[in-house]
Structures are given as structure tokens and as C-alpha cells.
Design a protein around this ligand. Structure first.
Ligand SMILES: O=C(O)C1=C[C@@H](OP(=O)(O)O)[C@@H](O)[C@H](O)C1
Ligand SMILES: C=C(OP(=O)(O)O)C(=O)O
Length: 411
């Protein structure tokens, strides 16, 4: 797909999808509560898929979580504890994303789960659940994926003796765990949280209505667009709130240093480009809490020739693709670099950045497509396999077209 910008400032209103993280928690909790309505579910494939598989589960013994991490991990806990029997599979990449920490924990809680291919990875076979009446006490490492912890917490109240989880190691993506706790509270179940221990008493979820907020990770691409567009650019993003459960709201603070000012309106945010201040020294940005923002920020830093050091990128290697390798290969096409400085630090920098009809490979990763698309403001480019955005933001290209981008298929 060819993408180019006709010139002049960017302005107007762009529609965001609803948060897939909030939606996929609300869908699991609603299924366990047995009622309530969820407003503002998006057409994102991860959300649609979760909704469909939860409906299908009682009537089938084969489910396919495709490439959706939350669906694979949350459903693994849901299917195990509800005693489902059958097979859960996913795409080739999903079969390379680890799940042993979650499976080990569920086995200790009473689940029968076996690996059908490689040990520690999907596909999985579920053979029922035999619950113990005493509290389930588990130690779970937090440095691979927070989705294991969210999955266990949400199913905790269904265990006859409840659940006591102790987190070990460095905990990544912590705001996603807080989001889980907040959503559980919304469905009337409490999580007791002290230091590294989370405790859930046996309980029932109650049906509740929930309205999903717009997606802050998706908003990050509009921040990037405003940062890279000509002077005077601005955009309004409806559906984002000042008080959000989403840790990716961190993009508002991060992008201030790339010249994007955020104003919170009653049910929207307004982004406005400001002149860039002189860079005194290279800043370090830690993505431990917000790994999904790393690609957006690395690309902007290179394009603005404003080097930054990125830390907390460990989990990027096991997402939709190895995002560190993918960024390194694609940034190099534009004269950019994501240089490994050792000790977990990567410097995003430019060695003569320019955009001139390069073709961006997207590695089956929606965020590669959306993080690189804003570069079209600096010159024409080509995005390979653009439908990859359907995972979280199917309308992304339509919204870019509405904002004035010239988009043509093929080539
Ligand atoms: O719980 C969630 O909704 C998510 C948690 C994060 O994953 P990790 O916990 O694996 O970092 C994030 O990258 C993913 O997009 C969504
Ligand atoms: C990592 C992501 O998703 P998931 O882990 O849910 O597949 C993502 O959306 O960037």
C-alpha cells in the first residue's frame, strides 16, 4: 500500500477503536458473571475473537485464539478452571509465545493441561479441572508476561479456596495488572494487594454494565502523527479520559518531550504540536510499564533526530514478532538505528534520516505498520501487508485517509 501526505498541517478529529485490553477483560468477567452489557466493543479482531470464542466454547472442543495474546492467555485460565475439555491453538507465531508460567500455575490449581507440540507453548489440550477446597497458593514470575497474572486473578474467585499469588522477579506491564484488579472490582470482586502478594477470596462475580474507553495504545499513533506533521498540526481524539485504567496513557507525558501538548476535554483529548525545545541531553524512557508504546516512540525519535535511550524492552522479543529485531531492520531503511548499548539500554537515533519510497515490512505485527505509517508525513512510503492492523485498529487506514493522507493499493 502506498501512503503519502499532500502537505500542510494535519487537523480534524480521528476515531479510535475501543481498548482491546479493557474489552477482553470485561468479556471474560461478563461470561463469569453471567450477564450485564458491555458498551463500545470495537471491531478489532482481538475483541471480536474473544467474544466469539467465549460463545463457542460450550459447543466445541477446538478453539483457535489466532495471534491474540490476551485471548490465548485469558482463555487458557478460563477454559481450565471452568473444566472445559478440548484443544486451544493459535497461529504459528502464537505457538512461539511462551505459556508455561500460566500452565504450571493452573496445573497446581487443579487443571489438567497438556502440550500438544512444544513443551511450554500452545497448542494446549484441556482435560478438566479438579479443584481443591483449600486456598491455592502460587508463586508466579512477573517478568515474562503480565497476562498470566491477569488471567489467574480473574479466575481466582472461582477457585473454591480462593487464590494467593506471590509475584517474583521484576514485574513488567504492571498497569495491566491494576487494570485487571479495577475491572474485577467493577464486577464486584475484591483483590487484596500487599507488596508482591495478591489475594482473591472465593466469590461470585455480579452482572454489571461496562463502557470500554477508547484505546490509548492506538492514540499513540496520532501523537506520532502530530509530532511529525508540519507546524500548526493538531487533532482531536474522542473517547479518551483523564482517569484511565490504561497504562498507555503514559504516551501523553512521553510525547510532551517530542513537542505534542495534550489537553483533556470532557470526553476527548486534543493534541497540538508545539515548537521542539532544544535537547539538553539524551533522555531515557522506561517501557517496562508500557511496552506497546516502544515502537511508536523509537520511530518518532529517529524521525525527529532526537535520540532517546529506551529501557524495559525485554518483553518485546516475545510479542507479535521480535519487535526489537523488526525495529532495527526497518529503521535502518530510513537511516535510523536502535542500537543495543548493553545493560538493557537501546538508543534510537538517526544517522541521516530520510523517507523516499522505502517499503516497510510489518512482520504480522499491527504495531509495526502503525508505528511506521506516520513517516509518510516526511515522504512517500510503502507499507507491506497493511491489513495486519485489523488486530487492534481495523479502521486505521480509513482514519488516515479521512485526515488527508493519499492512500493507494498495490505495488
Ligand atoms: O493484559 C493486556 O491486555 C496486555 C498486556 C501487555 O502484555 P504483556 O503483559 O505480555 O507485556 C501488552 O503488551 C498487551 O498488548 C496487552
Ligand atoms: C502485544 C500485544 O498484544 P497481545 O500480547 O495481546 O497479542 C499488542 O497488542 O501489542
Amino acid at each position: 500500500m502506498h501512503l503519502s501526505w499532500p502537505g500542510g498541517p494535519l487537523s480534524g478529529t480521528a476515531q479510535l477503536p475501543a481498548s482491546k485490553s479493557e474489552a477482553n477483560r470485561a468479556l471474560i468477567l461478563q461470561a463469569l458473571a453471567g450477564g450485564g452489557t458491555i458498551d463500545n466493543l470495537s471491531d478489532a479482531n482481538d475483541t471480536q475473537l474473544m467474544q466469539r470464542l467465549l460463545k463457542e466454547a460450550p459447543h466445541t472442543d477446538v478453539l483457535d485464539a489466532e495471534d491474540a495474546g490476551t485471548v490465548m492467555r485469558f482463555l487458557t485460565a478460563y477454559l481450565a478452571v471452568t473444566g472445559w475439555k478440548g484443544r486451544l491453538t493459535g497461529t504459528a507465531r502464537a505457538q512461539e509465545r511462551p505459556i508455561a508460567v500460566l500452565v504450571d500455575a493452573l496445573r497446581k490449581a487443579g487443571a489438567s493441561i497438556t502440550y500438544l507440540k512444544a513443551e511450554g507453548y500452545p497448542p494446549l489440550e484441556f482435560g478438566g479441572f479438579s479443584a481443591s477446597a483449600s486456598p491455592t497458593e502460587l508463586s508466579v514470575r512477573g517478568d515474562i508476561s503480565s497476562q498470566y497474572i491477569s488471567a489467574l486473578l480473574m479466575l481466582g474467585p472461582m477457585l473454591p479456596g480462593g487464590l494467593r499469588l506471590t509475584l517474583t522477579g521484576q514485574v513488567g506491564s504492571l498497569p495491566y495488572i491494576y487494570m485487571t484488579v479495577a475491572l474485577m472490582r467493577h464486577f464486584c470482586t475484591a483483590v487484596l494487594y500487599e507488596n508482591r502478594t495478591l489475594e482473591v477470596l472465593p466469590d461470585r462475580y455480579r452482572p454489571a454494565d461496562y463502557t470500554v474507553e477508547a484505546d490509548w495504545s492506538a492514540a499513540s499513533y496520532w501523537y506520532s502523527l502530530v509530532a511529525l506533521a508540519p507546524a500548526g498540526s493538531e487533532i482531536t481524539l474522542p473517547g479518551l479520559r483523564r482517569w484511565s485504567f490504561q497504562g498507555d496513557q503514559a504516551i501523553a507525558k512521553i510525547m510532551a518531550q517530542f513537542g505534542v501538548e495534550t489537553t483533556f476535554l470532557p470526553d476527548a483529548v486534543h493534541l497540538k504540536q508545539q515548537p521542539l525545545s532544544l535537547q539538553a541531553e539524551i533522555q531515557t524512557i522506561d517501557f517496562t510499564d508500557c511496552p506497546d508504546l516502544a515502537q511508536t516512540v523509537a520511530v518518532v525519535a529517529v524521525a525527529l533526530k532526537r535520540p532517546v535511550d529506551l529501557t524495559g524492552l525485554e518483553s518485546l522479543r516475545i510479542k507479535e514478532t521480535d519487535r526489537i529485531a523488526a525495529l532495527q531492520t526497518e529503521l535502518a531503511k530510513f537511516g535510523g538505528d536502535l542500537r543495543d548499548l548493553g545493560d538493557g539500554r537501546f538508543r534510537a537515533e538517526s544517522n541521516g534520516f530520510s523517507v523516499a519510497n522505502q517499503s516497510v515490512a510489518t512482520y504480522h505485527d499491527h504495531r509495526m505498520a502503525m508505528a511506521f505509517a506516520p513517516l509518510a508525513l516526511r515522504g512517500p512510503l510503502h507499507i507491506e501487508a497493511p491489513t495486519v492492523v485489523r488486530k487492534s485498529y481495523p479502521q486505521f487506514w480509513n482514519e488516515l485517509a479521512k485526515a488527508g493522507f493519499i492512500i493507494s493499493e498495490g505495488g
